[in-house]
Design a binder for this molecule. Structure first.
Ligand code: SF4
Length: 668
């Protein structure tokens, strides 16, 4: 395929055009669905995807909100693919696609495609670990009772998906139960074919269903785990696929960074200790020497955490002080001794053999990090290093990471080189129609691209308000100035508002100010689980939800409940983050990190946040961008040009009038 932006005249084969006509006014969808409205952009995307699937190739398809991109890729995938993988950004989107969109599209197309849903292994009950879950020292009588319920459920469930397990006991943990990790598996602790429960294993059954299906729905974490060859079993799926569709593709590069890197954490070490103890108990043996080794490992892990300081921090791993090195060396020494002992006794059971393997992996990873200290990260960067070494601490935990600065090479070499058609779809891939940034990030300079505008009437249904008089420097003064200017607009709206902040400090300042005026309308991120917050926001209909970037994506509120979206500042990645600062330093050695990476990345993030406002053809509202750099800096126009075409004002009264008029029209 060409790398030119695609237009209606240069992409579509006859078959592709016929596919797109199915979504037209005379097509099967119009026949099957009352009130179906054909959308030109949806048909154009369907034709381009069909072309990619039929011919093979790499297509970047940006489709504005309301295009109907899910159907635009499902229709050609079901008609022209043979073995298709669809990857979505989150588990919630996976469920939505599998349970809602796929059955509908399949029925209308009368397709006999066999479809399957595959989640990460942590979503399936591990019947082997369930057997020994009662042995944990921190298991309460309430947990015992719940484990008993799970055992009963495990005999009747078809797929072992814990989303359909009996309701978990009340717990401080937001996900309902603090011990899911005791009854699910990880790649590290799974015994694979050595497992005594292999025949009834839900994970292997889910994978087998995925292998047999024509179309499998996965998420990016699972897809990338396979790419990075970090999870066995799924690896056979990708090489057989003839079509891979990556939805929410703008998220892929960041998630890839996690999978192509290496991490060692306190959690991994503590899980190893727990599992080895459980295995002892399961075997009904007492091995005092093993117990002593495990206790020693727990102690040196805690000592290493203490040596890293009592704060929660993230930082580059540069020549740590002697006290940290000593504690780390103690940890390595103890792990080495335990590994040696486990080697002697590994024949006792597959569980002990697994613990021996894991001790070896942890040891290798820690030794690798130690070897990098010979050279500081800064020096390594000058020599063209491709990884940044960094650490983070939180509570009792720590993690040591080695993260690639540029994932485009491994993605292009290990992933996109597979002989399949690749379709990358999202509402936010380009910067004002320019795909250079995402192509660089994915390592796909030759991919075709297609940009389709949202069919929504932004010119009449939205207004961009850029308030005057806000200080350029971030801080309380800027937040206070923004809230003063935005409050009349919030009050003028009958419906609710999202106020999205780039820092917790700004969020807290704004929450304090708004609480003084309207405590009854305020909802603040962190005060409830995110899903509950959104539900309450929709239910109330006129609430003001204050949040950080967690709410910039994937939150879909239609109608008047969301009439105003406020974004405090342009969302540039924080240079205080160790990976960001290392990436900036590396990119500045050969180019301009700001123009080539920070700016386009911030544009794409802003488009995501702004995209929360208009979610339906009848939605209307005001977008408030509180960052004066939009007008004082030359690059500001790049952000404006990348947003849908909205009229602009810097007059709050005009914004209030717009809302009052539209609310009035709506109520007539
Ligand atoms: S094979 Fe792995 S996931 Fe399956 S039951 Fe055994 S340990 Fe659990």
């Amino acid at each position: 395929m060409s790398n030119l932006p695609l237009t209606g005249s240069n992409f579509a084969s006859t078959q592709a055009l016929e596919t797109s006509e199915l979504l037209g006014n005379e097509g099967v969808f119009a026949e099957a669905i009352d009130g179906f409205q054909a959308r030109e952009a949806q048909q154009e995307m369907a034709a381009a995807v069909a072309d990619a699937v039929i011919q093979g190739g790499q297509l970047l398809a940006e489709a504005g909100t309301g295009t109907g991109k899910t159907w635009a890729y499902l229709v050609p995938a079901l008609l022209h693919g043979e073995k298709v993988i669809v990857s979505t950004g989150t588990k919630a989107l996976q469920d939505q696609l599998f349970l809602r969109d796929l059955p509908r599209v399949k029925k209308i197309l009368n397709s006999d495609f066999d479809v399957a849903l595959l989640k990460g292994r942590a979503n399936y009950l591990c019947v082997h670990r369930l057997d020994t879950a009662n042995d944990g020292y921190d298991i309460t009588p309430v947990d015992h009772a719940y484990i008993h319920k799970l055992k009963t459920w495990s005999r009747s469930t078809v797929d072992g998906d814990i989303a359909s397990a009996p309701k978990a006991p009340d717990s401080k943990n937001m996900t309902g139960w603090a011990h899911w990790s005791k009854v699910t598996s990880t790649n590290e602790n799974c015994l694979g074919q050595q497992c005594p429960q292999w025949d009834g294993c839900f994970v292997s059954q889910a994978r087998q269903r995925a292998m047999d299906a024509n179309l499998v729905v996965v998420n990016h974490y699972l897809l990338l785990a396979d790419f990075a060859l970090k999870d066995e079993g799924f690896g056979e799926l990708l090489p057989n696929a003839d079509t891979v569709i990556v939805d929410e593709a703008h998220q892929l590069p960041e998630i890839a960074g996690k999978f192509f890197g290496v991490s060692t954490s306190a959690r991994q070490i503590r899980n190893l200790v727990d599992d080895a103890r459980r295995e002892q108990s399961e075997l009904g043996e007492q091995d005092p020497l093993l117990m002593r080794h495990l206790t020693a490992l727990e102690k040196v892990t805690a000592d290493f955490r203490l040596a890293l300081g009592d704060q929660d921090v993230r930082g580059v791993w540069v020549q740590p002080p002697d006290s940290v090195k000593d504690a780390r060396n103690e940890l390595i020494g103890t792990l080495g001794r335990i590994k040696g002992y486990l080697k002697q006794i590994k024949e006792r059971s597959p569980g002990i053999a697994n613990a021996y393997e894991r001790a070896g992996d942890l040891l290798r990873s820690l030794n690798r990090l130690r070897s990098t200290e010979e050279t500081s990260p800064q020096l390594e960067l000058e020599e063209g290093s491709e990884d940044v070494h960094w650490f983070e601490t939180r509570g009792r935990g720590f993690a040591l990471h080695s993260t690639p600065l540029d994932v485009s090479k491994p993605l292009a070499e290990k992933v996109f080189s597979l002989p399949a058609a690749w379709v990358f779809s999202s509402a936010t891939l380009s910067v004002a129609g320019d795909f250079t940034h995402i192509k660089q990030q994915l390592g796909l300079p030759e991919a075709s691209s297609l940009s389709l505008q949202s069919p929504f009437d932004y010119a009449n249904n939205s207004l961009l308000y850029l308030p005057d008089g806000i200080p350029e420097r971030p801080g309380d003064e800027a937040t206070e100035a923004l809230i003063e200017r935005v409050l009349p607009v919030l009050e003028a709206a009958k419906g609710g508002a999202f106020l999205l902040f780039t820092s917790y400090r700004a969020l807290n300042t704004a929450a304090r100010m708004l609480r003084e005026a309207h405590s009854d309308r305020i909802l603040v991120q962190g005060e409830q689980a995110p899903r509950n917050l959104v539900d309450e926001f929709v239910e109330r209909g006129n609430a003001w939800l204050l949040a950080t970037q967690t709410f910039w994506e994937g939150v879909d509120v239609q109608g008047q409940a969301l009439s105003v979206v406020v974004i405090d500042r342009l969302p540039f990645a924080s240079p205080g983050d160790p990976v960001t600062s290392a990436r900036i330093a590396a990119m500045n050695q050969t180019g301009n990190a700001f123009m080539d990476w920070q700016l386009p990345q911030a544009v794409i993030n802003l488009k995501q946040g702004a995209g929360r406002l208009i979610r339906d053809v009848s939605d209307y509202g005001v977008l408030v961008l509180g960052d004066p750099r939009l007008r004082t800096k030359r690059y500001g126009q790049r952000f404006i040009d990348s947003l849908p075409p909205m009229p602009q004002t810097n007059d709050p009264e005009e914004a209030c009038l717009f809302l009052a008029q539209r609310d009035q029209q709506e109520s007539q």
